[in-house]
Design a protein around this ligand. Structure first.
Ligand code: URA
Length: 280
């Protein structure tokens, strides 16, 4: 029975113990007052008024909080998208964007995450890398690509002289999907305005999409990662009338599972190295 329960927890994404002290959930509880008894009758669906059209940046570029506290649980997808677009568009500096993402409650992933994982590295560097989503280590530490796949990525980049002083790294999702499940289309769509704004503010000379999810999120309708990797293409970033020189490469977590594909990634890294030399 207990095995079944543990398997079920795993399937639901509960894969970490988060309390330092054990909790005796069998201890006698005080009797509930009538007002605190939870009704089993479903509440009528709540109609939330549309998100206000104003999100005013303050002097330092930070976005003023919305007047009505809203969360992914109470917002329809259209409202989440609208709120994300307003908050992203109002952020005029990277610091303001980081704050706007941290304050944003319109993505349901935030409710189960420990930290918002925004970015790492040097935003003034010519190279920007965009991965998929934080994993358990990234969620705990609050920085992208610090776990096993991040360490492999660091080793790969080091072979072409790249580290976090001369590259900037982020993800298409700022919160860990529970149990590292693949993100949904809706989760990607809600984070996308922030990612596009992120690219617009960093203005990298070269953009590298890491893995199939990041590639599909930013180059929708394109071929899969196997066809996209190792090629240069123009990435038109939605909402900004700018085109970026981009390429894609396999995700390091795929390479950890399929080390025989590292040979292709080595060729991709050499192309990135050559392109960086070209733009010097
Ligand atoms: N995988 C990703 O795509 N991003 C991270 O930050 C960590 C693992």
């Amino acid at each position: 029975m207990i095995d079944l329960l543990i398997d079920w927890y795993g399937a639901m994404g509960v894969d970490e113990a988060i309390g330092d002290a054990p909790l005796d959930r069998l201890a006698a509880k005080p009797a509930q007052s009538p007002e605190t008894v939870v009704s089993l009758v479903p509440a009528p669906s709540i109609k939330v008024p549309p998100t206000p059209a104003v999100a005013t940046p303050s002097a330092n570029g930070a976005v003023a909080p919305m007047s009505r506290p809203a969360s992914a649980a109470t917002m329809a997808l259209g409202e989440q998208l609208l709120a994300a677009r307003h908050a992203a568009a109002a952020a005029t500096t990277l610091e303001a964007l980081r704050q706007a993402v941290t304050d944003f409650d319109g993505c349901s992933l935030k409710a189960t995450a420990t930290n918002t994982v925004f970015a790492d590295g040097n935003p003034a560097a010519p190279l920007m890398l965009i991965g998929e989503a934080p994993g358990a280590d990234e969620d705990r530490i609050g920085r992208p690509f610090v776990g096993a796949s991040g360490q492999l990525l660091d080793r790969m980049l080091a072979t072409i002289g790249i580290d976090r002083d001369n590259a900037y790294i982020t993800n298409v999702l700022f919160w860990r999907p529970p149990g590292n499940r693949p993100p949904t289309e809706a989760e990607i769509a809600v984070c996308r305005p922030f990612v596009e704004r992120h690219i617009a503010l960093v203005k990298p000379r070269i953009l590298v999409l890491i893995g199939g999810t990041a590639s599909a999120a930013l180059k929708p309708g394109s071929e899969g990662i196997t066809r996209l990797r190792g090629r240069w293409f123009d990435l038109v970033v939605n909402g900004i009338n700018e085109t970026f020189t981009a390429t894609a490469m396999y995700h390091p977590s795929f390479l950890l599972r399929s080390p025989d594909r590292k040979r292709e990634s080595w060729a991709d890294l050499l192309k990135i190295k050559a392109k960086l030399k070209d733009i010097e």
